[in-house]
Design a protein around this ligand. Structure first.
Ligand code: BJW
Length: 257
């Protein structure tokens, strides 16, 4: 796309932003790329360039290789601890602050950067990288002094940490392939998708469901759909307009006054 075509697409999308009373934004890993966070599927640089997702991001992989998977997450947590939101995250948060109740932010990201930028009510479909939870529901009250379930204080250090009483493992609080998404976040995201007038799909390959299905639902319900991504995505066919650019550069232009 040449500059003139890109610019006229941006102007049209800006008009749609102004006209829409309800906007839903679906973000993916690309939104954090300009903060230095690797995406999942970009060739060479993506996390999956070194590891296949099914080797690491499934409950089966964790049960088979708990230490390898835990250590991979520990490394990602360490790398992300000091990462800062970029101009794209900030543009979304500032728009929401200027227009309370107009924008619902739905993210597949687990890095917490939207929240760090000041976005509120973020619907985090794939969990939170910085939280832990127990791998298994523990029903063995006899091992826990009569209580049902493991107590967070009973976790003993290790890789991964274990419950001192029953051996249950801690795991990262993210959603792996084959796992259900958090129902409250998914329900709210579906409501936002079918009730918005404009959906912005930003920085996602659109390869993972049910998140990607939200764009289809929005379109079927009558919303305008805009994809913002430097590369083609699996959701381009769903979009009325594809803006080919990076989110840190284009979101401020799209959402600014
Ligand atoms: C830029 C940029 C810049 C670069 N600016 N952009 C229907 C059809 C087919 C399959 C399924 C289906 N429904 C469900 C499934 C199965 C499965 C699935 O979708 N599989 C597909 C691979 C086909 N889904 C699931 O299993 C989900 N659960 C589920 O459906 O439960 C119901 C159920 C349960 C049991 C049985 C049956 C049904 C769960 C999905 C969980 C996904 N988890 C992960 C890992 C999280 C933990 C972790 O971080 O380790 O979530 S996978 C990974 O992919 C991560 C991401 O959130 C997700 C999406 O990736 P994203 O964000 O799109 O990143 P990329 O890398 O793919 O794309 C980056 C994009 O950025 C690119 O386009 C770049 O061009 C762009 N970019 N720089 C803007 N500067």
């Amino acid at each position: 796309m040449n500059d003139a075509a890109a610019w006229s697409g941006l102007e049209e999308a800006r008009r749609w932003v102004r006209e829409a009373t309800r906007i839903a934004v679906l973000t993916g890993a690309g939104v954090s790329a300009e903060s230095g966070v690797p995406t999942f599927r970009d060739a060479q640089t993506g996390l999956w360039a070194n590891f296949r997702p099914e080797e690491l991001a499934t409950p089966e992989a964790f049960r088979a290789h708990p230490q390898r998977v835990w250590d991979w997450y520990a490394e990602r947590r360490a790398r992300l601890a000091d990462v800062q939101p970029n101009a794209g995250h900030v543009a979304l948060a500032e728009f929401q602050a200027r227009h309370p109740d107009r924008l619902t932010l739905i993210t597949q990201n687990v890095d917490g950067l939207h929240q760090k930028a000041g976005s509120t009510g973020v619907l985090a479909l794939h969990g939170n990288l910085f939280e832990d939870r127990w791998l298994d529901p523990c029903l063995n009250s006899a091992l826990h002094g009569g209580r049902l379930g493991c107590d967070p204080t009973s976790a003993v250090a290790g890789s991964p940490p274990r419950c001192a009483d029953c051996g249950n493992l801690l795991r990262p609080g993210v959603v792996w392939f084959g796992e259900m998404l958090p129902m409250d976040a998914l329900d709210a995201a579906e409501r936002a998708a079918v009730s918005c007038e404009l959906m912005l799909v930003v920085g996602t390959s659109g390869a993972v469901y049910p998140a990607a299905g939200l764009a289809h639902r929005a379109r079927r319900a009558g919303a305008r759909v805009v994809v913002l991504n430097p590369e083609p995505t699996e959701l381009d066919d769903v979009a009325h307009l594809c803006l080919r650019g990076t989110s840190a550069r284009w979101l401020p232009a799209l959402l600014g006054d």
